[in-house]
Structure formats: structure tokens, C-alpha cells
Design a protein around this ligand. Sequence first.
Ligand SMILES: Nc1ncnc2c1ncn2[C@@H]1O[C@H](COP(=O)(O)OP(=O)(O)O)[C@@H](O)[C@H]1O
Ligand SMILES: [Mg+2]
Length: 358
Amino acid sequence: MALIEIRGVTTIFGPAPPTALRKLRSGLDKSALLGSGHTLALRDVDLDIEAGEIFVLMGPSGSGKSTLLRHINRLIEPTAGRVHVDGQDVMALRTRELVALRRRRMAMVFQGFGLLDHRRVVDNVALGLELRGVGQRERRTRAMQWIERVGLSGYEERLPAQLSGGMRQRVGLARALASETDIILMDEPFSALDPPIRAQLQRELLALQAEQGRTVVFVTHDLDEALRIGSRLAILRDGAVVQVGTPWEVLTQPADAPSADFARHVNRARALAIGSALAPWPADLPMPDPANATDTVDADASIEQVLHQLVGRTDPLAVRRGNVIVGQVSMSSVRALLAPPDRVSPRQVPEGSENRSA
Ligand SMILES: Nc1ncnc2c1ncn2[C@@H]1O[C@H](COP(=O)(O)OP(=O)(O)O)[C@@H](O)[C@H]1O
Ligand SMILES: [Mg+2]
């Protein structure tokens, strides 16, 4: 059983969603629905999100990403369908149970940072612990650990207004991590940041994830970002999931023409992690020491970042995740990943699915 199971979720915004849903099911099309003042935000969404993965919801603006994310902690309720977290039916929870689920299991990070302006950094970071009734001294100790972990030591007494955008988002991240929930929901957390800061925070998120193993559901409209950080991606278009797959699958077998077009313009060396090209470590070779940085690379590093270690190398390069060697890469496996873009073609569309994206 997946940690988060989403089944048959359809969400309509407007004055009378249940009526609109009945009409939709009896064959009314989307434009007629619009005429009655309703928006079909999600339709028939099924997803399984596994514990410990960074699952990315990716799609253009208005495709339903935020709505879907907010169904997981029930900030928004779907018109039809079910959401289960760890086997628990989120829609069936009473208010008190729902509050407990949000505090203990799910933290959220927003694009607009969502910080409390009148609170110092340390008190913002400690918010989740405070809501759970952790005492002040203990809260501060734990918050300070996370402040240090995200590189904000020395800023703990500042107010959010005294920080740059990148630093504010570090506060948001530290707060989510400090809440000690096993699930973190992130809605375009890095979209407002400048590219270098953004790339840095993406790397840090990957490093934290490798260390912490929490489950992250991450919304972005940026395919490069989605490919870079996602263990798996769901591509949304007009409220429907058109594809679920690993970055590699999404790039090489795009589900539809718009995805294929996107895939053609992706800088694969930058977008794909070296771990995408993983092969088993040869049984006849001694296993290198994971601490040896010249003979090993981090699985989450981009191909671009480790290319210099591969070029001209004859023996396989070991790939580590944390302190474990998880396999090897070679120039030829990487070359296959970086195959010319014209080899990308839309996947065969299954019969009967053409009217879903119409
Ligand atoms: N509270 C709301 N009331 C009416 N329509 C909404 C509301 N929230 C979202 N929508 C509409 O639902 C669709 C999906 O929105 P959203 O989930 O925010 O998309 P995304 O996050 O992918 O940009 C959009 O057409 C949006 O305008
Ligand atoms: Mg959104």
C-alpha cells in the first residue's frame, strides 16, 4: 500500500459542484460547465505516492497542481474521490483528527514563504513544535539545529523582512523540517527565487532528503526543476494526470505532443541526476570507499556536475547514496541518457484516451 493514495478525485469549483459533477458524468462537456460558472480543476485523478520519495506534481499554471496538493491535507475537499494517507481516509476525519494529522504528519512550504512577519526566525522555525505543545526551551534547541542545517546560523533573531527571498525560503524549509512530520508538501517553493539560489536550494533539498528520507510532494510548473529533484513525476494537464514516471521515463517516453515538445528543449545533462544512468557495480571489482570523493559521485548530482570525473575514464565510476555505493556509471551509459533530442517521440496514446485531453 502506498503512503498516499489518491483515487478517482474530481474537483469542481463553483456555486453547485455536486450538480455540476452529475452533469459532467451525464456527458456535459467542459465548456458548458464553464458557462454555468464552474471550473473543472481535477478529473479522475489516481495517484500512488510512496514513502520516502520526492514526488513532483508538474504542469502548466491552472492545471490543478495546487488543488491536488491541498487535497492531501484537506485544505481543499474534492467533489468526488478519496484520499488515503497511511491507510487513513482523510475525507472521513473529524476536525480534531484532521488537525492532529496536519500537525504530526504533514508540514507545508509555500511559494510566498508563509512566514509570520512579526516573529523572529527562530520562532517561525519552531512554530510546528509550538503547535504540538513542545516546551519553549526544547523548541528553541531543536529549531536552532534546523537553522544551522539550512545555513542560517546567526540570523535566528532577525525578522523575515530583514532577510532575502532565498533566506526566507530557507526559514520555510527549516520550519517544515523542524515540525518533524514524515510528509512535506511543497507548493512551488522555489519559483520566486533567482536561478542560482534556486539551484542551490534544490541541491540542499536533495541532500536533506537523502539524509532524512521524508516523503516530499513537490509542486512546480518548471520541467527542469521537476526532472532535477523528482524521484517520480506526475504530469498534469487540464486537471488530468497524463503521465506518471521517473524523470528518465518522462523524458524518453513523453505521453503527449506538448510533453514531447518540452522534452526536446530540456538540457538533459543539467536536468537528470547521474543516478538515472545507474548500472550495478561489477561483482569482480573491489567496492570503493564511499568516502573517497574522487572515485565516487553522489547519485543526486546532475550529469553536468560529474561529467569531468567521467571524461577519459576507463574504469567504472562508483555512485554513492549517503554512505552506500549503489552502483556505477560509465561514459557510455551517460551518452545513452543524453541521446539526441530528435529521438524523442510521443508515446503511443492508448485507445479511448484522446477525449481526456480534448
Ligand atoms: N478557489 C477557487 N475557486 C474557483 N476556481 C479555482 C479555485 N482554485 C483554483 N481554481 C481554478 O482551478 C484550476 C486549477 O487551479 P490550481 O490548482 O490553482 O492550478 P495550478 O496550481 O496548477 O496553477 C484553475 O482553473 C483555477 O483557476
Ligand atoms: Mg498553484
